[in-house]
Design a protein around this ligand. Structure first.
Ligand SMILES: CC(C)(COP(=O)(O)OP(=O)(O)OC[C@H]1O[C@@H](n2cnc3c(N)ncnc32)[C@H](O)[C@@H]1OP(=O)(O)O)[C@@H](O)C(=O)NCCC(=O)NCCS
Length: 325
């Protein structure tokens, strides 16, 4: 193990920073993550912890995961901090490929409340960055809730810079508004101008902050080829396009998901009128019904009024940060 120095001096025999061992640490890390993120876990986060716990009970999965940890797009590698043989700190490293280059996302940075302000998170982050650098990664990324001042302080002090803010919106069960925002907008289920919609989607969902989302033009595209692809891949989606005098103003694509909420992709230029977004979202909720939740990931501060009036409420805003090596 490398020599590590924390704020209180060299590591003592009772404390240890070591690589995450999937066979022995999965259960304790699930407990720590649950404790540290109790206030902010969404249904997906809770499901993630349940999956960690059931994996921790399954030796077959653990052996397989131990061998593949460096290659799986999952938080199966990282580092932990032990104090008197109790696991009190964790950092996960999620490897992913973007435009052919391997990179890492830092996640699940958590320190037990009784051991905070001792420099543990800082040492874990240094170690995680070293890990990525040694494996040829051009840098590391992470995301943090915008109200998490403590973590933001930590990351800024380590050279991380803000790259983007994204808000996750969740549909409410309020009945969709009857009245359309602008009477002259015509909403059609056909995507006549798929290339325009796709350009807007690519702009609103840049790969460096959406690589973890199931964004795939073959699945989403309109027309015959899209329908054939979905048929063979058992994917389901629907789309609505707002038009005015044959001009495409914006589009919204619904995609079925196995998660607690189906997904929406909003294809719109950055200067789109809020009323168009409001109209599209209300129309979509009317068509789909309001029982099943809908989730929309979108650049923060964009079209806020339109999305709110379309029947959505913000679940969280994440700041995506990165540091280059
Ligand atoms: C954020 C967290 C991981 C920090 O762990 P920690 O071991 O206490 O952090 P460190 O002692 O290494 O602190 C490193 C720096 O972070 C910042 N920081 C940490 N806690 C802070 C606090 N309560 N107030 C202000 N700044 C704080 C400081 O800049 C600190 O440096 P300094 O002590 O030299 O001033 C811990 O508070 C935690 O587990 N929080 C809940 C889970 C969470 O929010 N994780 C981050 C998700 S992105």
């Amino acid at each position: 193990m490398d020599a590590v120095t924390n704020l209180s001096g060299p590591i003592s025999p009772t404390e240890q920073l070591r690589p995450f061992d999937v066979r022995r640490d999965m259960g304790p890390v699930a407990d720590l993550v649950e404790l540290c993120f109790a206030d902010t876990l969404d249904p997906e986060g809770k499901r993630f912890i349940q999956r960690m716990r059931s994996a921790a009970r399954n030796n077959g999965i653990l052996s397989w995961a131990a061998v593949n940890a460096e290659w799986l797009n999952m938080p199966l590698s990282g580092y932990v901090w032990e104090q008197e043989n109790i696991l009190v700190g964790n950092i996960s490293l999620i490897p992913y490929n973007i435009e052919g280059r391997r990179s890492y996302l830092i996640a699940n940075v958590a320190v037990h409340p009784d051991y905070r302000r001792l420099g543990i998170a800082r040492e874990l982050t240094i170690k995680a960055m070293e890990h990525a650098r040694k494996r040829g990664s051009p840098g590391v990324w992470l995301h943090v809730r915008e109200e998490n001042d403590q973590a933001l302080e930590l990351y800024k002090s380590m050279g991380f810079a803000e790259h983007a803010r994204r808000t996750t919106w969740i549909s409410t069960t309020e009945p969709p508004q009857d009245e359309l925002g602008i009477k002259s907008i015509f909403i059609t289920p056909q995507g006549y101008h798929w290339s325009i919609l796709w350009d807007w989607i690519q702009h609103n969902y840049p790969p460096e902050v959406t690589w973890h989302l199931p964004l795939n033009s073959k699945v989403l595209r309109s027309g015959l080829w899209g329908s054939i692809y979905r048929l063979f891949n058992r994917a389901r989606n629907r789309q609505w396009v707002a038009q005015h005098d044959d001009k495409t103003l914006a589009g919204l694509i619904w995609q079925a998901s196995g998660s607690y909420a189906d997904l929406l992709w909003l294809a719109a230029p950055s200067d789109v009128d809020n009323k168009i977004i409001q109209t599209l979202l209300n129309h979509t909720r009317r068509q789909l019904g309001t029982q099943r939740l809908l989730k929309l990931d979108y650049p923060a501060r964009h079209s806020v009024q339109g999305i709110r009036k379309g029947g959505f409420t913000p679940q969280q805003t994440l700041i995506w940060m990165s540091v280059d090596f």
